[in-house]
Design a binder for this molecule. Structure first.
Ligand SMILES: C[S@@+](CC[C@H](N)C(=O)[O-])C[C@H]1O[C@@H](n2cnc3c(N)ncnc32)[C@H](O)[C@@H]1O
Ligand SMILES: Nc1nc2[nH]cc(C(=O)O)c2c(=O)[nH]1
Ligand code: SF4
Ligand SMILES: [Mg+2]
Length: 264
């Protein structure tokens, strides 16, 4: 269901730039909540309920969830409401995403409640924030330099977020703690060959920083593209790069199936 425009729910909250103001651990700013197939990563194809929080600490120029980052909109939902809606679907898997879900204290309470109810939980995160929570799969998508909203690529056109995004997009300590604590997939958004040296360097740094091994099997290359047309331009080369480097390739199944429709 689309919640960002629903009238029967709590009014939108005032937010800071990351969309995180007015936090409690008993509610969350929800942009959308829907049932679909996991479209990305090692669980692609698994029927899952998606809970999309609003607010992000980064601003990727290509963000396919514009209304959680560049222009955050949401309704604040109580955890009891969120759980009831999740339980209304016949699914064992829940994907908590955003925006950046680990910004919110309420995400921890939700994950604990889902764990108690026996759900498998995947958290989609940009890897800049470490939190201790019952997460079955941490789907970490560290952001490369090619994600930075330079003035020519900023969707709002002013480049205001360039410096902050560039400064904050990698936190090696948070990344190391995430891979040490959780079952992790590292899902890099790849535009072209130019992204590969940075991925290799980042993996070398992460392997030096973390106390656990990071297998190439846990590294996934995902073509950049929020639409079928854009994916048609990027995916073949990204698939070749996965083979060249010995990483996995992940499709964007939901984009193939439903293009850029909301709630998919
Ligand atoms: C909208 S983000 C939300 C979670 C978190 N903020 C993050 O970036 O991982 C969900 C996933 O979509 C990916 N993504 C966003 N825009 C994309 C695009 N244009 N092409 C490919 N993947 C994209 C992100 O890298 C991430 O793996
Ligand atoms: N079907 C589908 N699969 C997804 N996997 C990760 C998504 C996300 O936006 O985090 C996503 C999404 O938005 N839709
Ligand atoms: S980190 Fe995720 S939600 Fe935030 S701007 Fe980038 S892709 Fe969008
Ligand atoms: Mg998505």
């Amino acid at each position: 269901m689309p919640v960002s425009d629903s009238a029967d729910r709590a009014a939108d909250i005032e937010t800071d730039a990351a969309g995180t103001a007015d936090e409690t651990d008993e509610s969350l700013p929800i942009n959308e909540l829907f049932y679909s197939l996991q479209g990305e990563g090692t669980l692609a194809g698994v029927p899952s309920v998606f809970v999309r929080t609003s607010g992000c600490n980064l601003r990727c120029w290509f963000c396919d969830s514009y209304h959680t980052s560049w222009e955050p909109t949401h309704a604040r939902m109580r955890l009891a409401e969120i759980l009831a809606e999740i339980e209304s679907y016949d699914a064992d898997h829940v994907v908590l995403t955003g925006g950046e879900p680990l910004l919110h204290e309420g995400s921890m309470t939700l994950l604990e409640a889902l764990d108690e109810r026996g759900y498998h939980t995947t958290v989609e995160t940009n890897g800049t924030i470490y939190r201790d929570a019952p997460i079955d799969l941490a789907s970490v998508s560290p952001k490369l330099a090619s994600s930075t909203p330079t003035p020519d690529r900023d969707p709002t056109g002013d480049g205001e977020w360039e410096t902050r995004h560039e400064t904050d997009r990698i936190d090696m300590d948070a990344l190391a703690r995430l891979v040490e604590r959780y079952d992790v997939q590292l899902k890099f958004v790849v535009t072209d060959d130019g992204d590969m040296p940075e991925i290799s360097e980042l993996l070398a740094d992460l392997r030096a920083a973390a106390d656990v091994p990071v297998s190439d099997d846990d590294v996934l290359l995902m073509p950049e593209g929020a639409t079928r047309d854009r994916l048609a331009e990027t995916r073949a080369r990204v698939a070749e790069l996965a083979m060249e480097y010995g990483f996995r390739y992940t499709p964007r199944l939901h984009v193939d199936l439903w293009n850029d429709a909301p709630e998919t």
